[in-house]
Design a protein around this ligand. Structure first.
Ligand SMILES: *[C@@H]1O[C@H](CO)[C@@H](O)[C@H](O)[C@H]1NC(C)=O
Length: 169
């Protein structure tokens, strides 16, 4: 599967309603390339896509929750650095929660990571969690909710992309 098929799949799924896609990705990691390009491509294909851009939603946690709750689909881009961001992890917990509550469709995209790295928290994901466990040793329930959300999301059917640069077809 390539990005062109992702965009077509989303258009097919959204064709009946004027619904949104919530795009979750690590800005620090892929914000300047893959994340931004995908965001722009989806919007220019007519798919109303929302993301946490640190601008519109800065400091407004409830808006992010609302955006997630009101979306039809969430595309979650797992890159090497996704789990380093507690903001991304909190977002993912809301996404998986909405999946259960509102029937949000969750589509994981594995960008230069293997699904098992995400699901089982290996490699850089393991390193990120070693840090989180130190910083949040008094809030282990939160850390566990992140782990559970990663496993649950990574075990869903998604698409694996191995590429150096963004190409949309
Ligand atoms: C969603 O529902 C499944 C099945 O009941 C459960 O195992 C999972 O923990 C739930 N996820 C969240 C984030 O509530």
């Amino acid at each position: 599967m390539d990005l062109f098929s992702l965009i077509n799949l989303l258009m097919l799924l959204l064709s009946r309603k004027d619904n949104d896609v919530f795009l979750s990705f690590s800005h620090h990691d892929i914000g300047k390339n893959f994340g931004d390009h995908l965001y722009k491509d989806l919007n220019s294909a007519g798919i109303r896509t929302l993301r946490d851009d640190g601008g519109i939603y800065a400091g407004q946690k409830s808006d992010i929750k609302k955006a997630i709750r009101e979306s039809r689909i969430s595309v979650v881009v797992f890159s090497k650095g996704y789990a380093s961001s507690t903001k991304c992890l909190d977002q993912l917990v809301h996404i998986m929660d909405s999946r259960n509550k509102t029937g949000l469709l969750v589509l994981p995209v594995f960008y230069n990571v293997d699904p098992s790295e995400v699901s089982e928290q290996k490699g850089l994901f393991e390193e990120a969690f070693a840090k989180h466990e130190k910083s949040f040793h008094k809030k282990m329930a939160r850390v566990e909710s992140w782990r559970a959300a990663l496993k649950e999301a990574a075990d869903l059917a998604g698409m694996v992309l191995q590429q150096d640069r963004y190409t949309s077809n």
